[in-house]
Every structure is written in C-alpha cells, then in structure tokens.
Design a protein around this ligand. Structure first.
Ligand SMILES: Nc1ncnc2c1ncn2[C@@H]1O[C@H](COP(=O)(O)OP(=O)(O)O)[C@@H](O)[C@H]1O
Ligand SMILES: [Mg+2]
Length: 245
C-alpha cells in the first residue's frame, strides 16, 4: 500500500498508510501503547487507536480523519472560545479516565505533556471546526492536572509577544481554567513559566547533545522564541493572576 508523508510534525517522521499512520517508536513505547489501549477500552475517541508495530519496527496507529491545526494560519473556529473550552473539556476527560489508575503511577493523572493545536484534530461539529482528539502522545507520563492545563494556556493562546490584547488573553486563560474545572489556579501562571523554561532548556541541551530533532527546533529559532515568550508572561503576570482570582 502506498505511503504518504504527513506534514506538521517536527520529530517523528509520520507517514499515512491506508487507514493507519506509522511513526518511529516513542522513548517509552510500552507506556504509550498501554495508555492508548486504556482509552480504547474506555470507549474514549479522543486519541488514536494503538494497532501494534509493523515489520519495520514502526508504531501503527489509527488514522484520525479531520483537520490538524499545524499551520501558522488557521480558520477562526480553531481559536474560538468554543473550541478553546472544548479543548479544556477534552483534557478533563482523559485526565479523569486516568486518575487513580496504575498508569498514573501515584501522580494525579496521566498528562499528555505536549498539548497544542499542532497535536489536535478538529472536525466540523454543527458546521464549525471543533477539537475532537489529541495525537502525538509520545511524551505522556504521570503528572499533575495543572501541568497540561498550563500547557494548553501557553500553546492554544500563543502566550508571548505576538499577543496584542493582553486582557483578552487573560480572559481566555480564565475560560480554560473554568471549562476544565480547575479548582486551584494559584499556580497556573507559574506553571506556564515553568513549562517555558523547561522547554527552552530541553531543546538547548538536546541540541547540544546532538539530537537531530532538537537541532532542527533550535535552528528554527524556537529557543529564542520561547525565551521571549517567558519574558512576556513574566511582564504580564499580574494581569493573568487577576483574571484567575
Ligand atoms: N493518528 C493520526 N491521525 C491523523 N493524522 C495524524 C495522526 N498522527 C499524526 N498525524 C499527522 O502527522 C503529523 C505529525 O504527527 P505527530 O504525531 O504530531 O508527530 P511529531 O512527533 O513529529 O510532532 C501531524 O501534524 C498530523 O498531521
Ligand atoms: Mg506533533
């Protein structure tokens, strides 16, 4: 069957073969496959199905039809309040599905750890694109609910110098926290800052150690961009914290 390259990834070299995608295995393939099987057993459609490995050792996952928002310019529906709230509810759903399970390994839940529009499948719902699933579960691991919620705030709102309306961004951070139902928001902004710092250091050290994917990210200017985004969130921290109170 013919293979076609799927655009939009930076790391895994994903191809489509019929109704499946094939990708180089993640660092912890047993964990990811167990997690995707858990979602399937629960009947949750917010992640691809795990279908095994092929004779080239690649992971085989079910192909999810829809629109993956990886390009810089997107239809307005992708970043609408309705879609943002739906992302938060979708995160809540898989957190609740993993809370208290062995997969969560004594932490609150299993976190995706790379939630962003690039890793989200959108489909028309009542004529408007809405998020229906997350892909790219490679970095999933036991963690705290607030970690994924903070990552959503950073990535889906693009928190950084390109934000022109700080008050609107702060209102939308509040919308994410409310739609998720996050009870303790006091650490939300500091968790965004923690992510930005962690991401910048991770790419820098990975690139220095010769990891080709991290080198590509660094050479594309991601380290510099994330440093500026971190500085921007620090500057506007009070506006966001006020909106969350
Ligand atoms: N299960 C899937 N169904 C549909 N498209 C997918 C699926 N998995 C990946 N893709 C496509 O391949 C691209 C890269 O996949 P992703 O898993 O995000 O890889 P990377 O680790 O390189 O970011 C995505 O942007 C999406 O377009
Ligand atoms: Mg991806």
């Amino acid at each position: 069957m013919p293979e076609s390259h799927l655009p939009g990834g930076f790391v895994s070299g994903v191809v489509r073969v019929g109704d499946t995608v094939r990708r180089s295995p993640s660092a912890r393939p047993e964990f990811v496959s167990a997690l995707l099987r858990w979602f399937e057993a629960a009947g949750w459609d917010g992640a691809p199905r795990y279908l095994g490995t092929d004779d080239e050792g690649r992971e085989v996952l079910g192909y999810l039809d829809g629109h993956v928002a990886w390009e810089p310019r997107q239809p307005a529906a992708v970043s609408s309040d309705e879609s943002l709230a739906a992302v938060a509810r979708l995160v809540r759903a898989f957190h609740d599905l993993t809370a208290g399970t062995a997969l969560a390994g004594g932490e609150e839940v299993v976190c995706h750890n790379d939630l962003s529009p690039k890793n989200t499948v959108y489909r028309p719902v009542d004529g408007e694109l809405r998020p229906v699933a997350f892909i790219d579960w490679d970095l999933a691991a036991p963690g705290a609910r607030i970690h994924d919620v903070a990552h959503v705030c950073w990535q889906y709102l693009g928190l950084g110098p390109s934000v022109t309306d700080v008050a609107a961004a702060a209102r939308r951070v509040r919308l994410i926290a409310d739609s998720y139902g996050l009870t303790d928001r006091r650490q939300l902004v500091s968790t965004v800052l923690w992510w930005q710092d962690r991401c910048r250091r991770g790419i820098r050290s990975g690139a220095a150690a010769g990891d080709p994917a991290m080198r590509r990210l660094r050479d594309a200017g991601v380290v510099t961009g994330v440093r500026r985004a971190h500085q921007w969130v620090l500057e506007h921290r009070a506006v966001f914290e006020d909106a969350l109170r």
